[in-house]
Structure formats: C-alpha cells, structure tokens
Design a binder for this molecule. Structure first.
Ligand SMILES: C[S@@+](CC[C@H](N)C(=O)[O-])C[C@H]1O[C@@H](n2cnc3c(N)ncnc32)[C@H](O)[C@@H]1O
Length: 307
C-alpha cells in the first residue's frame, strides 16, 4: 500500500502565538535533522529569527510580543516559511534573502555562500595591529569575494583605501554588485571576474585577504542538504582542499607591497598548510572559539619563497 505523505507541519493550526510557533519549530528542527551553522548554531535562535523576520517584528521583540495572538494571514506565512525550511531544507538565509554580520545587512541568495567568516572578528579587532601602519593602507583586495561581505567590511575599516573584490563566478558578482550598491561603496570597491589574480590588473596590495573554497572535494560530496544548496564552487577546494590556496599564494608573491600581508581562512587545513608551506611560516591568528584557522603570511616570506 502506498504510504501516506507525512505532513511535518500537521498540528501547526493549534499554534496561536509566535511563542507557540517557536516551541513547535524547535521540535521540527530536531525531528527533521535540520542542519545548522549557516546563520545560527542553535535551533532556537534560527527559528526565532525566521519567525520575527517572517512577521516583520523587531529582532529584540520581548515575551509580550511573542504571546500575541496571530492572525490567520500571519499563521499562513509561518506555515509557508517553515514548510520550505523543513521539507526542502532551504537554508534560512536563502528564505529571508539576507545575512547579518554584526550590524551590517547583506543581500544573499543561492548564487553565494552564506557569509560566516572568521574575518568578521579579525577585521575589526586585529587588522590594525597586523598591518605595518593602518593609516597608510591604500589598496586591499578580497579574493573569492562571493557576496562582497568581506570587501565591504574592509572598505569600511580602511575608509581611505581602494578595494578590489575578485570572484570567478559571474553569478556571485551579481550579488556582490547588489551589496556594494546597498552599502554605497560602488565607487571605492571594484569587482573583477577572475580566476584568483589571473584577470586582475597588475597592482600591488597592502593587504590580500581571502576566504577561499577549502573543503576537500570528498567532504563536499557528504555535506548536509542545507550546505549543498550553497554553490559548490564556493566550498570545493579540490582533492585536498588546497587548490585555490596554492594558486593564491603563488600569485600573491608579485602582488604585495614590501610590508604587505596575506590573510587566508583555511578551515581545518591548518596542519596541511604548516606542512606544505612551512617555509612561509604561516602565523595563526587567535579567534574567540580557538579554532585559529586564519593565517598571516608576510610579503618578505613570500619573496624568499620558491613556491
Ligand atoms: C568560501 S566562498 C567566500 C565568499 C565570501 N568571501 C564570504 O566569506 O562569505 C568562496 C568564493 O570563492 C569563489 N571562487 C572559487 N574559485 C575561485 C577562483 N579560482 N578564483 C576566484 N574566486 C573563486 C566562489 O565563487 C565563492 O564566491
């Protein structure tokens, strides 16, 4: 006998307030193995964000707001959004078409990785101490820019610098353009469609920053559904994850000012980097979760390297 399709949202009509929906949604996340880690690490936080966003309520809404009775139209909106999250495993950020980094909003859709980089912490808190003189930073580049979120953080951090933002994906650059316009940075951030530096004019940078694709291909084949909705080009770093990083470091050699630095986020590839690029003496930066997966390499080390 054919099995009756299960309706994961069955019973939702009994949920009368946003607070009821929050409890219900947290159960759904557990029952349906929804993957987290793209915009939040707890089901509660992600579900609350989706409920407040869907209902157009402020993110700091208190218990009284969560206890208010929903209209039929509001309840339908919640059914629709959680159906897509639970049944289709659509990532929350693709449902709301936005991602927040600190207090900055970025437009995102399926053409770009959902921003979640450690540079969010490093740019405001450490970058000034890592460059020779923050006041004299004139040119910086974000290689593998995706939504341009890091290029925009760089442009805001170094208000007098020209910023280049590079990506191989024409689709990603369309999204980057939307964000540059939204942040009024179209004049100061230049987009380049390029395989690393291949098609970028030959200028030298004070800072080269990159959050490249660094997952080993086999790992990309086993990702939870939510992560397979992100562009594979944004995640897949080749057999051992290092393909783009190798290319970037070889090309970075001729792209830095004498005091320049390269900053790369490498996920779990720290030990592999230390082995393969020992001569470059990568310096691992400390991040609050102690994953320490962003390294700094100096122009001087790259100059002396025969990579
Ligand atoms: C991990 S995502 C980072 C996106 C963004 N910087 C962020 O932190 O959210 C990597 C990006 O690298 C781009 N990419 C992949 N291969 C590339 C290559 N060979 N040259 C330039 N960009 C590349 C992808 O299209 C994707 O947008």
């Amino acid at each position: 006998m054919p099995r009756r399709p299960v309706n994961p949202l069955a019973g939702s009509e009994q949920r009368r307030t946003p607070g009821d929906w929050l409890d219900f949604a947290v159960e759904l996340y557990a029952e349906h193995d929804l993957a987290l880690g793209q915009i939040a690490t707890s089901a509660h936080d992600e579900a609350l964000y989706l409920i407040l966003h869907t209902l157009g309520l402020p993110m700091d809404s208190d218990e009284r707001v969560l206890a208010k009775k929903l209209t039929a139209a509001q309840a339908k909106k919640l059914v629709d959004v959680f159906r897509r999250r639970v049944v289709d495993h659509t990532p929350a950020a693709y449902l709301t078409r936005e991602a927040w980094l600190n207090d900055l909003r970025f437009y995102v859709d399926e053409r770009v990785l959902i921003p979640r980089s450690y540079f969010l912490e490093i740019i405001p808190e450490q970058l000034d101490d890592l460059v020779a003189d923050p006041k004299r930073v004139r040119r910086v580049v974000d290689v593998c820019t995706g939504s341009a979120c890091l290029a925009i953080l760089l442009a805001k951090h170094f208000p007098r610098a020209q910023v280049d933002a590079v990506d191989l994906s024409a689709d990603a650059l369309e999204v980057a353009k939307i964000n540059l316009q939204a942040h009024r940075l179209g004049e100061r951030v230049t987009l380049h469609r390029s395989d690393v530096f291949g098609a970028v004019p030959p200028v030298k940078y004070d800072v080269i920053l990159s959050n490249p694709p660094y997952e080993p291909s086999a790992h990309c084949d086993r990702l939870p559904v939510e992560f397979t909705r992100e562009p594979r080009l944004a995640l897949d770093g080749g057999r051992d994850g290092l393909d783009i990083i190798r290319k970037l470091l070889r090309q970075a050699k001729d792209r830095l000012t004498p005091d320049g630095i390269v900053l790369i986020e490498v996920g779990g590839l720290g030990p592999a980097m230390d082995r393969e690029f020992a001569k470059l003496q990568p310096r691992w930066l400390t991040t609050t979760d102690e994953s320490n997966c962003v390294c700094l390499i100096t122009a001087a080390r790259l100059q002396a390297w025969r990579g």
